[in-house]
Design a protein around this ligand. Structure first.
Ligand code: ZN
Length: 51
């Protein structure tokens, strides 16, 4: 079973499962990006809370 990043479609290798199916994961780069976006969202939320 092939694993690709659900965000950038990068090949992440293979995992156990049917050959003709694709599993979705998250690559390190997208994970970092995701964490940053999450942090930004949180900061925005905190800013709005203070108002
Ligand atoms: Zn990715």
């Amino acid at each position: 079973m092939k694993v690709i990043c659900a965000w950038c479609k990068k090949d992440l290798g293979t995992t156990e499962g049917p050959e003709d199916q694709i599993s979705h994961g998250m690559c390190d780069e997208c994970k970092v990006q995701f964490d940053e976006d999450l942090k930004k969202l949180k900061e925005e939320r905190d800013k709005n809370k203070k108002k």
